[in-house]
Design a protein around this ligand. Structure first.
Ligand code: FES
Ligand SMILES: [Fe+2]
Length: 347
């Protein structure tokens, strides 16, 4: 796919933190790099290149030894520590060649997520990780999480979340009813790596999925749809409504993460994590879950994959996409990402 140079000096989500059980090995390809994740002896997540330097077996098919201190290759038993150095050779005299090493990567566990730095580990800057503590703090009975591997470029997913007018069409009848499209978004530039776009409306009924949870369903509301994108592909989305004229705190609010990490060119890991400040109980959660999943699994994912099939391997801009008023956030994000990648290439 043309135009696919990844941003390297950046954090990408590698998964939910609880996907990585102590003692386990998690294989995951990010940005075309096969990686193996595990927890070291102190429980801290680590990542190594998932390819043994001997005959290139996947280390993720091996075993974690010494309580997490080393990974043993499944094929001939070389062991590598969390820094990627070979620490045990069961063959011959046991001498360890200098070249017997795999690359190690920087990983941080924060707010219930695994963050992987795609550049040199020494350059990893944890201050660049966005604060998602509010989502992490939400009660389990107000939380819906999921993973959707999607056959599309990761930037299409950012376009999707940064232009929530699609809810009025693709999710008409559940998450959208036209109010977003009828309102004018406000764009805020948050520096070279971030942008925020907010839609606000007043006097419209809330979409069905929200209206049902208002104190007085059916009444006119004030609504907000508020997305902050951080390069390369993480988004925090707040959507909510309150009865018209009432304070936001009296209404219903949702706080949602949409996390896109390229697996390869044209394939994206997509994690979503949706939380809310209402209907906090297991029965409500069980009732809301299929509504959310239907939108993501049956509507967004097929649309993203269908778009990608139409785009094929063409460069997005080469197709001269028509620009609409609602594209302001998505286009700004793409321009920022292009600028960051160009700056890295020039450096
Ligand atoms: S392939 Fe790993 S030890 Fe041989
Ligand atoms: Fe959607």
């Amino acid at each position: 796919m043309s135009g696919d140079r990844w941003l390297r000096q950046a954090w990408y989500v590698a998964g939910f933190a609880d996907e990585l059980a102590p003692g386990g090995l998690l294989a995951r390809t990010l940005l075309d790099e096969p990686l193996v994740f595990f927890r070291d002896a102190t429980g801290v997540p680590r990542a190594l290149q998932d390819r043994c330097p001997h005959r290139f077996a996947p280390l993720s098919a091996g075993t974690l030894c010494d309580g997490g201190a080393a990974v043993q290759c499944p094929y001939h038993g070389l062991r590598f520590d969390a820094g990627g150095a070979c620490v045990h050779n069961p063959h011959g005299t046991g001498v360890i060649a200098k070249s017997a090493a795999v690359r190690s990567w920087a990983v941080v566990e924060r707010d219930g997520l695994l963050w992987w730095w795609a550049g040199e580990a020494a350059t990893a800057d944890a201050a660049l990780i966005p604060d998602f503590s509010e989502t992490h703090r939400a009660p389990a009975d107000a939380t819906i999480r999921g993973y959707l591997p999607t056959a599309c470029d990761y930037r299409l997913l950012a376009d999707n979340i940064l232009d929530l007018t699609h809810a009025d069409f693709l999710h008409a009848g559940s998450l959208g009813n036209g109010a977003i499209t009828r309102s004018t978004p406000t764009l805020t530039d948050l520096g070279p790596r971030s942008v925020r776009i907010v839609w606000a409306s007043s006097g419209e009924r809330a979409p069905a999925a929200f209206d049902a949870h208002l104190r007085e369903p059916g009444r006119p509301t004030d609504q907000w749809t508020d997305v902050t994108w951080t390069a390369p592909g993480v988004m925090l989305l707040r959507v909510g409504a309150t009865l018209q004229g009432e304070a936001r705190e009296q209404g219903i609010d949702t706080c949602n993460l949409h996390l896109a990490t390229p697996e390869t060119a044209g394939r994206t890991h997509y994690w979503y994590w949706s939380t809310r400040n209402f209907a906090i109980d297991p029965h409500a959660n069980a009732a809301i879950k299929p509504i959310v999943e239907f939108a993501f699994v049956q509507q967004d994912k097929p649309m993203l994959e269908a778009q990608q099939r139409r785009i094929g391997t063409a460069d997005f801009w080469s197709l001269k996409p028509v620009l609409l008023a609602s594209d302001a956030g998505a286009v700004r994000a793409r321009r920022k990402l292009d600028a960051l990648i160009a700056a890295e290439a020039a450096a």
